[in-house]
Design a binder for this molecule. Sequence first.
Ligand SMILES: NC(=O)c1ccc[n+]([C@@H]2O[C@H](COP(=O)([O-])OP(=O)(O)OC[C@H]3O[C@@H](n4cnc5c(N)ncnc54)[C@H](OP(=O)(O)O)[C@@H]3O)[C@@H](O)[C@H]2O)c1
Length: 332
Amino acid sequence: MASDKIAPPTRPLGPTDIHVTPIGLGTWQFSQNILSGAGNWGSLSPDDINAIVQAAVDGGVNWFDTAEIYGFGRSERNLARALRAAGVQPGEVVIATKWWPILRFAGSIPRTIGKRIKNLAPYPIDLHQVHWPYALSSIESIMDRMAELVQAGKVKAVGVSNYNAEQMRRAHACLAQHGIPLTSNQVKYNLLDRRIEANGVLETAQELGITIIAYSPLEMGLLTGKFHQKPELLNSRPRRRRGKLKARLEITRPLIDRMAELAEKYDATVTQIGLNWLIHAYGDRVIAIPGATKPHHAADAARAMNFVLSLDEIEELHAIARALTGYKPISN
Ligand SMILES: NC(=O)c1ccc[n+]([C@@H]2O[C@H](COP(=O)([O-])OP(=O)(O)OC[C@H]3O[C@@H](n4cnc5c(N)ncnc54)[C@H](OP(=O)(O)O)[C@@H]3O)[C@@H](O)[C@H]2O)c1
């Protein structure tokens, strides 16, 4: 991964010595028309995926988030192939994946880790996350199995996703008995969806030293401003997402207009303003994993690490967005 460029500053992932750039790359889009990937993103070719990962690496992004459920392992395999194609050596990037808990017992964690390791080879798994809090086993049983993976050297750290404040505390307490920290909670968070500021998740993360990994940080494309500028673009987007985005264009326009003014000031894009807000509004606590279906999406997102909005601007965007939506998403 040789480069002359200055690397963006990194942040520790929770209380670990794993260091990540504030912007990573989400790879649900690499599911290739399988499961929910199809209704939301369509299908990318291997060449498309290689080019997206190359653009992220070139932009200084040093970590990637995938999951077992994204295309039943396709996203993991596509990511590993693309990193190899980009000449990235094992250990040069941070890899996060997730175990799928729904309708499963904790015993499936040790049974499925081999597949995760094989799919992602030769890149080691830095962070293994529990995708949702819904499983057939208790949080405690799940955390015991996850701790065993760390003790066996199969993964470096443990995170959760979509956990509420109380569930975070239970996971944290159980891991602590094994001498292992809870590293992160991956949740939906962006300017238009502020639930974690009101439901105790952000506060608990701050108290326990847990990193918040913001997923859908661009509200599935709405916060890029491109659909406000050219609503006809929505016609080419997969059906499931099109309806959701169309219904929210007008109500969100005042926010996008202000973001566009700030973008001009910083020689940036609306996308970069939204991501910059996320990674600076709460110090180092929040990092983001925008998804991409084109190389220029990944390059654009990486450039959100090149400037810092002023505190007044962060507060102003906060106020405009909250006046539009309250803490809740406009609709789900
Ligand atoms: N843990 C969980 O339960 C969970 C749930 C959802 C997502 N995630 C993770 O979070 C990642 C990101 O979330 P997400 O994919 O839902 O939504 P997102 O990052 O908010 O939006 C991604 C979409 O926004 C558009 N976009 C991105 N960058 C752009 C740019 N610079 N310029 C113009 N358009 C741009 C693209 O839309 P088009 O493709 O239409 O152009 C892209 O596919 C996923 O890949 C996944 O890894 C996790």
